[in-house]
Design a protein around this ligand. Structure first.
Ligand SMILES: Cc1cc2nc3c(=O)[nH]c(=O)nc-3n(C[C@H](O)[C@H](O)[C@H](O)COP(=O)(O)OP(=O)(O)OC[C@H]3O[C@@H](n4cnc5c(N)ncnc54)[C@H](O)[C@@H]3O)c2cc1C
Length: 527
């Protein structure tokens, strides 16, 4: 049996595991990734990547490759549409227009099949000497002791290996071995719905939907489906599509006419050639803690849910970004002992809120709407209610703003609860994502952020800046200081001093009276 040592072992090299490996590798942390499959699996799945995810990709050096791999040209459009009854019926409105919140992020959103994203992440990981990948290996056992963790893995041809590391992270999907062997419990709600996942080719469907300019995904609400979606997504701009929707319990590939079902959802006949027919159970599950001792979980291993709203892969990448700098700080000796526990403290409530306030809320809200309004029963009432729904869509996008307001790492946060409901603002607020602004030299603030903490000093008093510098030095924390005037767009931060964490969240914002830099730093690193 071969043996290998590393700082971190990552079980699962799907999108989240590879993102975490890059985050760690770029920070000089050695890691081994164990991934069952030699190649990414050919199901398009998580295609909608948010502006925030593209910020991660910018930092991870994969943005260019990911955009180049997208089969949807920028001028084609990646917006969404919701329809009632059938896709070609008379009732529809624009949906999920992420462009509304674009000014609050540094990068544009993107859309491409998950396997292409995974391929780009794998290629980037191959460039980093700190990352060792074991593709085609399956983790079988994960144990921990006072000094570290041991993961036993086997290859398809029967070889076994033990990997010893300081920490292990399970990015091993919804049926996570690491979660199970760490003894981490989950809270789940089963919706008892069987969902079909279809990938198919149809040029005719492309022609039928050609008048929906700029749209790449389509959601059909049907009165008989109790709020569960019939969801089409483009895989490319020509002929490839994916679709998921509830099907009767007991449905198999053989006993159900998927083609007729699709035509019913669209409301017109069209040719189609199936590439994949699969199933998944609609369930929302969240781990009660994202860590146990030296073992952590991230991505679908920590939270699994229906792909309503495109939260899965995007939430997983944010997990990786949050955990990555905390693991690096701990391994490099500049974290306080409590820092790693704040990964779960910050990320778990964000998913609980994402599930409750967005995903389940969509289902319940659609269900209530479909029960209350029916154009066959009362057309005028339906059309009025439909128009109200259409006008509420942008509010949903605005209010999805994951934040860590009650995190123990924050000084001077507004005092709300950590969760996914917030508001987008240019003001720098402790516990919230930093909004981009242009510096007087013409570069974006995000281009100047350091790998460690960054202090934005906008016409700040020299002794205040010196106090932050001294506090960082005392704790051995890497700190970059960006000096500028407080004029132009930077005034919108409403703060002379903004302390930004390695994940681009604000740890502190203020200026007068003189901030207690020593306490702010000690708190921000888990003191
Ligand atoms: C139809 C559909 C559409 C979706 N659309 C979206 C969307 O638009 N936007 C969005 O954000 N999300 C979407 N999602 C969700 C998204 O696909 C998942 O959230 C995402 O794949 C999670 O990534 P992950 O790396 O955490 O887990 P996974 O993708 O499940 O990866 C886990 C990896 O671990 C490996 N593994 C597991 N066990 C072991 C082991 N013991 N040893 C070694 N390797 C192991 C697996 O092979 C796999 O590669 C969609 C999902 C579906 C099903």
């Amino acid at each position: 049996m071969g043996q290998q040592a590393s700082d971190v072992v990552i079980v699962g090299g799907g999108p989240v595991g590879m993102g975490l490996a890059i985050e760690l590798g770029q920070r000089g942390v050695s890691c081994v990734v164990i991934e069952r499959y030699a190649q990414p699996q050919p199901i398009p799945k998580g295609q909608n990547l948010t502006q925030r995810t593209m910020e991660h990709f910018h930092c991870w050096g994969v943005e260019k490759a990911v955009r180049a791999a997208s089969p949807i040209p920028v001028d084609f459009g990646i917006g969404g549409l919701t329809a009632y009854g059938t896709l070609l019926g008379p009732y529809h409105y624009d949906w999920y227009q992420r462009v509304i919140v674009r000014p609050y992020y540094f990068r544009d959103n993107e859309r491409l099949p998950q396997y292409d994203t995974e391929a780009a992440l794998r290629a980037r990981a191959a460039e980093l000497p700190e990352i060792t990948t074991l593709y085609g290996w399956t983790a079988q056992e994960v144990t921990q002791d006072a000094a570290g963790v041991t993961v036993t893995a086997a290859s398809a041809d029967g070889q076994t290996r033990q990997i010893r590391a300081q920490y292990a992270v399970g990015c091993d999907g919804a049926r996570s071995l690491v979660r199970e062997q760490a003894g981490i419990t989950q809270t789940s709600s089963d919706h008892e719905s069987r969902m079909a996942l279809l990938v198919f080719r149809s040029k005719q469907l492309n022609e039928l939907l050609a008048h929906f300019k700029g749209k790449s995904f389509f959601n059909v609400l049907h009165p008989e489906l109790d709020g569960y979606w019939q969801f089409f997504g483009r895989v490319d701009t020509g002929e490839t599509w994916f679709f998921h929707a509830p099907v009767p319990v007991g449905t198999t590939r053989e006993n159900f006419d998927f083609h007729a079902y699709l035509e019913g959802v669209v409301g017109a006949p069209f040719d189609c050639d199936f590439k994949h027919i699969g199933f998944w159970d609609l369930r929302v599950a969240v781990a009660d803690n994202y860590g146990a001792g030296r073992l952590f979980i991230a991505g679908d291993a920590a939270h699994s849910h229906p792909p309503y709203g495109g939260y899965g892969i995007n939430t997983g990448f944010e997990d990786a970004r949050n955990l990555g700098w905390k693991l690096a700080a701990t391994l490099q000796g500049w974290a306080a002992p409590g820092l790693l526990a704040t990964y779960s403290e910050e990320r778990q409530p964000v998913f609980v809120s994402t599930a409750r306030d967005f995903i389940v809320n969509y289902i319940e809200d659609d269900r209530a709407f479909l029960r209350a309004h029916d154009p066959q029963r009362d057309r005028e009432d339906f059309e009025k209610a439909w128009a109200v729904r259409a006008s509420g869509v942008s509010a949903e996008i605005q209010s999805f703003e994951p934040n860590y307001e009650s995190s123990s790492l924050m000084v001077g946060a507004a005092g709300g609860a950590t969760g996914a409901v917030g508001s987008h603002s240019f003001k720098a607020r402790a516990g919230h994502h930093l909004a981009p602004q242009i510096l007087s030299g013409g570069r974006n603030v995000f281009e100047e952020l350091g790998a460690g903490f960054t202090l934005l000093a906008f016409d700040a008093q020299a002794p205040h800046v010196a106090a932050f510098e001294a506090a960082a030095k005392a704790h051995g924390v890497p700190l970059k200081i960006v000096y500028d005037t407080s004029g132009e767009g930077r005034g919108a931060y409403e703060a002379r001093l903004v302390l930004v964490r390695p994940d681009a969240f604000v740890a502190f914002a203020g200026g007068a009276p003189a901030p207690d830099a020593a306490t702010i730093f000690a708190t921000a690193i888990g003191g």
